[in-house]
Design a protein around this ligand. Sequence first.
Ligand code: CUA
Length: 179
Amino acid sequence: MSAILPPSERLWWKHPLDRLEATWIIIAFIWCMIMFFMMVFWHVYGKQNLATETYKTNPAKFMAQTQAFVDKWTVRTETEQKIPVVAPPEGSDIYLIARLWSWWPILELEKGKTYKLHLTAMDYNHGFSLQPVNMNIQVVPGYEHVIKVTPTESGTFSIVCNEYCGIGHHEMVSRLYVK
Ligand code: CUA
C-alpha cells in the first residue's frame, strides 16, 4: 500500500501509530503550545505589543475631532506644507491622522506626562512606527485606536509608515517632539 492509494482498511484511526509519527506529532504539539504561550508572554513582557483599545469611527467624525484639537493647541507650523505643531496639556486626548501620504498634525508632548492618543487612517491601512523606540501600531481605516502614552525621554522622534501604502509610502514620515 502506498500513500496515494486508499487504505485497505477504512478504519485507519484504529491502526497502531508508528513511533516516528508519534514523535513528530508530540514535537509539533509542544511547539504549538510554546508559540501559543509566547503570544501571551510577549504581550505582558515585550515592550512593543501594546494594549490598545479600538473603537469604530469614520473619517468625517475623526477629522472634526482632530481639527478641534489642532485649533485649540497649535503653537506653530512646520515644513513646507505648514503642518501644525500641537502642544496639548497633560492628560488630554491627542489626535493623529494617517493618510496618503502624511501624518497630521505634529505632536509636541512633555516628558513624564500622560496623554491619550487617538489614531486612525483616513483611507487605507497604514503602520504607525515610532523610531528609534520601535513602537508599532497597525492603523486601520474605520477604527480609532486609543493608547495611553507617557514619554519617558525627551528629544525628537521619527514617525514612519511601516505598512506599504502605495507610491508615496516612503515619504510618509513625520516627527514627534518630547520636551
Ligand atoms: Cu502609509 Cu505606508
